[in-house]
Design a binder for this molecule. Structure first.
Ligand SMILES: N[C@@H](CCC(=O)N[C@@H](CS)C(=O)NCC(=O)O)C(=O)O
Length: 341
C-alpha cells in the first residue's frame, strides 16, 4: 500500500517520525525538556540515600539516579531529590511527582503487578533481620518471646515480621510507626526491645549510635528476600529500558574491569570489549535513544557498580558491608547483567 493511501495526516505523521526519529516515551521526553531527573529517595537511610551536612544527597540509590542523569542528560548532577517515607513512595510515582523511585524498595509481585509501576533492575540483594541491644543478651530471634518490636508501616518488613513470628510461634508484638525517625528513636530510647527492617538498614542504624555502635547486635536470622531496586511508572518503556540498562552497564563495566578509576586509560585501549562498552566501536546508545558515549559518561561521573558499592556501603564507607550476594556472578554472587551487545 502506498504511503499516501493512508490519508494525508497519517502519512505526514509517519514521514515526520521517519525524519525526526521516533518520539521517546512521556517520562523520557519530560526529563529531556526539563533537563533534570526527579528522583524519589528515602528520608535518610545510611549508604542508600542520605543528606549530608552540606545539603548533598549520597548513597547507592542516589547514584542510580545520578547514573541515569549521566546517561540521558550527560550530567549526573541534573537530579532533584524528593525524600519519601515508606507510605508515600508509591503514590508519588503514581502521581508523576517523580521519574524514578530509587529508595531501598523491595521488588514484590503485588507492587510490580498491582501498583502501575515497573521495577527496572535489582541494585542490592537484601534480607530482613532484627537489631537488639547487646545488654539483653539475646542471641537468636527465637528468644524474643514477650518483646515489642519496632517496625515501619508501608513496608514489606511489617508483613514479613508477622509471618516470621507466626511461623516460628514467637509471641512478640510489632509496634508500627509511620515515620522512620519516630520508629528508630522509639527503639533507641528503649520503647521497643528490637527493631526490624532490611539488614543493610539495621547496620546503618547501629552505626547511627555514633558513640556506641557495639552496644547493638543484628541477630543471625535473616527471614526474607528483599531485592531492592529502582522502579518507574508504567507506560514509558523507553525510560524503563534506560534505567534497566544503566544498572546493567554499571555491572558490565565492573565485570570488564573498567571504572571511574581507570577510565582515561580504558578510553585509549584497543581492547574490543572495552571499546564496545565505551562507545568507541559499536553504538550501544542508539537503541536506547542515548548518545554513543552514555556508558563512558556514567563511569566518568558515577563509576561502575563495584566502585559505587565500595564508596557507599563497602570498604570505603562507615558501613563496611561485604559484597555477599551483591558480588558479581563471576565472584560467586548474584549480580549478573545480560549481554550489552
Ligand atoms: N525494603 C523494604 C523496607 C524499605 C523501607 O521503607 N524501610 C524503612 C525502614 S529502614 C525506611 O527506609 N524508612 C525511611 C523513610 O521512611 O524515609 C520495602 O521495600 O518495604
Amino acid at each position: 500500500m502506498g504511503l499516501w493511501k493512508l490519508g494525508f495526516p497519517v502519512a505526514a505523521l509517519v514521514l515526520a517520525l521517519c525524519v525526526e526519529g521516533v518520539q521517546a516515551g512521556p517520562v523520557l521526553d519530560a526529563i529531556k525538556s526539563r533537563g533534570e531527573v526527579r528522583c524519589g529517595v528515602s528520608s535518610g537511610v545510611a549508604g542508600f540515600s542520605a543528606l549530608d551536612g552540606a545539603g548533598r544527597w549520597s548513597g547507592l540509590d542516589v547514584d542510580t539516579c545520578r547514573a541515569v542523569a549521566a546517561a540521558v542528560l550527560g550530567d549526573a548532577n541534573k537530579v532533584s531529590y524528593t525524600p519519601l517515607s515508606s507510605q508515600q513512595r508509591f503514590a508519588a510515582l503514581q502521581a508523576n511527582q517523580i521519574d524514578i523511585l530509587s529508595r531501598n524498595t523491595t521488588w514484590t509481585l503485588t507492587r510490580d503487578a498491582g501498583l502501575g509501576l515497573s521495577f527496572a533492575a535489582i541494585t542490592y540483594f537484601d534480607g530482613q533481620g532484627l537489631l537488639v541491644p547487646k545488654k539483653f543478651g539475646v542471641k537468636s530471634a527465637k528468644e524474643l518471646k514477650g518483646a515489642e518490636i519496632c517496625v515501619q508501616s508501608g513496608t514489606t518488613n511489617e508483613k514479613n515480621l508477622s509471618t516470621f513470628l507466626g511461623v516460628n510461634g514467637i509471641k512478640a508484638k510489632a509496634i508500627v510507626y509511620d515515620n522512620f525517625e519516630a520508629a528508630y528513636k522509639a527503639f533507641f530510647s528503649g520503647r521497643c526491645q528490637a527493631f526490624s527492617t532490611d539488614v543493610s538498614a539495621l547496620i546503618g542504624l547501629k552505626n547511627k549510635q555514633a558513640l556506641k555502635p557495639d552496644d547493638y547486635v543484628v541477630l543471625p536470622e535473616v527471614f526474607s528476600k528483599e531485592p531492592l531496586g529502582p522502579a518507574v511508572q508504567r507506560g514509558d518503556e523507553d525510560f524503563l529500558a534506560i534505567v534497566r540498562w544503566t544498572v546493567f552497564a554499571m555491572l558490565e563495566a565492573e565485570e570488564l574491569g573498567i571504572g571511574k578509576a581507570n577510565l582515561q586509560e580504558a578510553l585509549k585501549s584497543t581492547n574490543p570489549a572495552w571499546k564496545r562498552l565505551l562507545g568507541q566501536s559499536e553504538d550501544l546508545g542508539a537503541p536506547l535513544g542515548l548518545k554513543k558515549d552514555w556508558v563512558a559518561q556514567i563511569l566518568a561521573q558515577v563509576g561502575n557498580y563495584g566502585e559505587v558499592f565500595d564508596r557507599n556501603l563497602g570498604a570505603g564507607s562507615p558501613l563496611e558491608l561485604k559484597r555477599g550476594p551483591n558480588a558479581l556472578w563471576t565472584q560467586g554472587g548474584l549480580m549478573y547483567a545480560p549481554p550489552l551487545r
